[in-house]
Design a protein around this ligand. Structure first.
Ligand code: NAD
Length: 423
């Protein structure tokens, strides 16, 4: 089955729509929307990169700093060929709301380089990562703006970036970047933190929806950091992984897939396609699969109105940022599908990034059990107070996403009011 991709939405417009909608629902002054509708600052740089063959190529780079009323700007850096200003601006807005929702004392930021990391060598990747920091260093810092990994960036990229920052400053200041390797002040459990958070959110969602996780069928879109670990941990919880897609295609087996073996296949072949004893599916067919839970863990705007119409699952837990369009939300609300919104569901990454930053600042490191305990506590608590806010403090029929935006907006508006940013 081929899905239409006619419903192309601009992610930044969607982010602004969601803020405006929340401001109206809460009856907040329009000044709240005015303060939040655009990033405080969006730095754009052309990065000249010397390629291995001696030629020079220029890559566009961005850092968007949305709002810092709660604390320093915070958000990942994405390397992707199709990334642009609007996407980075939107993602930085999501970070402001995510931090406010889970009560992490950061604002919202996001960075990106428009490049295809699969087409550059490791040496070029290192030079590009370092050049990015040289371009953005004036606006970064542990008390100003703290990057982290995102799509196509990882702990090694963070290590090069943090090292470059320290070289510029002439002293070690590891709190400038999170998601670093353990040997450079990284936090145990950061690599799996987002997925662990997705799991805690999924367990809570399954409870309120009365879906037993034992034997529940689930499908995952995207098999990178978030997709793979979420699949692995959900299978450990007794659920059954029935379908996976990545950017190249997908596989389906109603009897269940083994996450580690599938990862090994992806490592060897570069794709989840053609995994043994599976039926091939096309990228968007993942959403038509007969299952209880869907985990989008790829990119934005994947679940459009048309896609929402064919979804059979009862629960969607948004591992990715912004995977669902507002039009799709309407359809899913009608169908009574519980959508655990990105700003709660994938908050595990920023929560453990916060723990990493605290540890870097104190130069005192906690054991893994402590990190896991605190992460679980934060996600489970956030799910509980948001669910309560949705059921008891909002008018009838508000989705969990609307409740999350309203909850965050109330906190942000109050913080801006006491600081005198708005009347
Ligand atoms: P990643 O680069 O490790 O993996 C991305 C995966 O998505 C890859 O498997 C890629 O093949 C796949 N993909 C790309 N386009 C696709 C398509 N059209 N259909 C199916 N699959 C497709 O990235 P990640 O770190 O796992 O991030 C995934 C999502 O989670 C992003 O939206 C990111 O912003 C969000 N997120 C990540 C973190 C984190 O800590 N890594 C934290 C919060 C949110």
């Amino acid at each position: 089955m081929e899905m239409s991709t006619t419903e192309k939405r601009n992610t930044y417009e969607i982010a602004k729509e969601r803020i405006k909608h929340g401001v109206e629902q809460l009856g907040l002054p329009l000044s709240v929307y005015e303060r939040l509708k655009a990033p405080d600052r969006l730095v754009e740089a052309a990065i000249p990169l010397e390629m291995d063959d001696g030629s020079l190529q220029t890559f566009l780079a961005y850092r968007s700093q949305h709002n810092n009323v709660m604390g320093p700007y915070k958000g990942g850096i994405r390397f992707h060929p199709e990334v642009d200003r609007d996407e980075v601006a939107a993602l930085s807005i999501w970070m402001t709301f995510k931090c406010a929702v889970v009560r992490v004392p950061f604002g919202g930021g996001k960075g990106a380089v428009a490049c295809d990391p699969r087409k550059i060598s490791k040496q070029e990747l290192e030079r590009l990562s370092r050049q990015y920091i040289r371009a953005m260093a004036p606006v970064l810092g542990p008390e100003k703006d703290i990057p982290a990994p995102d799509v196509n960036t990882n702990a090694q990229v963070m290590a090069w970036m943090a090292d470059e920052y320290c070289q510029i400053k002439q002293y070690n200041d590891f709190g400038v970047i999170t998601g670093k390797p353990l040997d450079m002040g990284g936090c145990v459990g950061r690599e799996t933190a987002t997925s662990r958070g997705v799991i805690h959110a999924t367990i809570e969602a399954a409870k309120v929806m009365g879906v037993p996780l034992q034997g529940a069928a689930f499908a995952v879109q995207g098999y990178g950091n978030v997709g793979f670990y979420t699949a692995k941990f959900l299978v450990e919880q007794g659920a059954k992984l029935v379908a996976v897609t990545d950017s190249t295609g997908g596989v389906f087996n109603p009897k269940g897939l083994e996450p580690d073996a599938l990862l090994e296949h992806k490592r060897q072949t570069g794709s989840v396609k053609d995994f043994s004893r599976c039926e091939a599916i096309k990228a968007k067919e993942i959403f038509a699969v007969d299952c209880d839970i869907i985990i989008p863990a790829a990119l934005e705007n994947q679940i459009t109105r048309e896609v929402a119409q064919i979804i059979k699952a009862k629960i969607i837990v948004e591992g990715a940022n912004g995977p669902t369009t507002p039009e799709a939300d309407e359809v899913l609300k009608e169908k009574k599908v519980l959508v655990v919104p990105d700003i709660l569901a994938n908050s595990g990454g920023v929560i453990v990034s916060y723990f990493e930053w605290v540890q870097n600042n104190y130069r005192y490191y906690w054991p893994e059990e402590e990190i896991e305990k605190r992460l679980q506590q934060k996600v489970v608590e956030a799910f509980a107070y948001l669910y309560d806010y949705q059921c008891n403090q909002c008018s009838n029929g508000v989705t969990m996403r609307e409740a999350a935006f309203m909850y965050a907006l109330q906190r942000l508006a109050e913080a801006m009011r006491v600081r005198g940013w708005i009347k």
